[in-house]
Design a protein around this ligand. Structure first.
Ligand code: CP
Ligand code: NVA
Length: 295
């Protein structure tokens, strides 16, 4: 049994296979039924549109079933332990996707679970997003090792996983964050062992001649109390047409949801935007992940 907790736990072969399977699910969405009578639990502590719905639809389209388990409706929401919950749920379900505040919770759950656990976003990682993003990048840039990807904004959960996925695909990275908002050092170390990585505090330096520029919200779920401080600290890190004058050919990426200040809305709807393609690709990547882990 395998869990999917962080992108950096994956091998290059696994990542290539998932992207290939996702491409084939996208071309022929309803050809296979590999998850007949399989059940996935979706144990979520936080809101979700893309992750939840893509996993639910993927289960149904692959012949299985998904059951949504918001934390406050389970006994875990009243204090039942993570260990007991994992042991019981994994005796009913073939897989559990979890969206938690603390990454430690998903690690603890996985260590007690007899079924595969998928990290559907923690405070440290968002592996499902990063695999879908590799599919999107591959659709636009078939030779990923030629790609230069700039990350501009918060070095958050999505940044950590996108950096790790890019490194596994041989994509070169330039990462611009304000001081104090850098990605997890272990994600950077992982990337530096595999590809070129430039870390800077200057968004213009990061985006210069990049092929794609990726950003995410400045205020992630759980960071709401810091909104005022973050809004001040991230000034100058908006992805705007002006910033992209230094990268005339660059595509723009965002995992969604979009809050506003981190990217100009007209860019999201422009012909350089990959944003909605990324969102659609969550479904195809979810299918590939589920087929691999729970069929
Ligand atoms: N990108 C992403 O994970 O979106 P949701 O929060 O809507 O699942
Ligand atoms: N960084 C964001 C991503 C949401 C998909 C958050 O954690 O809220």
């Amino acid at each position: 049994m395998n869990h999917l907790l962080r992108t950096r736990d994956l091998s290059v072969d696994f990542v290539e296979k998932v992207v290939r399977w996702a491409e084939s699910f996208k071309r022929r969405p309803l050809e296979k039924n590999p998850l007949d009578r399989r059940s996935l639990g979706l144990l979520f502590e936080k809101s979700s549109t893309r992750t939840r719905v893509s996993l639910e639809v993927a289960m149904v389209e692959l012949g299985g079933h998904a059951t949504y388990l918001p934390k406050h409706d389970l006994q875990i929401g009243r204090g039942e332990s993570v260990d007991h919950t994992a042991r019981v749920l994994s005796s009913y379900l073939h897989g559990i996707a979890m969206r938690t505040g603390s990454h430690e919770t998903v690690e603890t759950f996985a260590s007690s679970s007899s079924a595969p656990v998928i990290n559907a976003l923690s405070d440290e990682a968002h592996p499902c997003q990063s695999l879908a993003d590799l599919l999107t990048l591959k659709e636009v840039f078939p030779n990923l090792s030629d790609v230069e990807l700039a990350w501009v904004g918060d070095g958050n959960n999505v940044a950590n996983s996108v950096i790790e996925a890019a490194a596994l695909a041989g994509i070169r990275l330039r990462v611009a964050t304000p001081a104090g908002y850098e990605p997890d050092p272990s994600s950077i170390n992982f990337a530096e062992e595999r590809t070129e990585v430039v870390l800077t505090g200057d968004p213009a330096e990061a985006v210069e001649d990049a092929d794609a520029v990726y950003t995410d919200v400045w205020v992630s779920m759980g960071d709401e109390e810091e909104r005022g401080k973050r809004t001040r600290d991230f000034e100058g890190f908006s992805v705007t047409s002006r910033l992209l004058e230094g990268a005339p050919g660059a595509k723009v990426m965002h995992c969604m949801p979009i809050q506003g200040p981190e990217i100009e809305e007209k860019l999201v709807h422009s012909d350089r935007s990959l944003v909605f393609q990324q969102a659609e690709n969550r479904l195809h990547a979810s299918k590939a992940i589920l087929e691999y882990l729970i069929s």
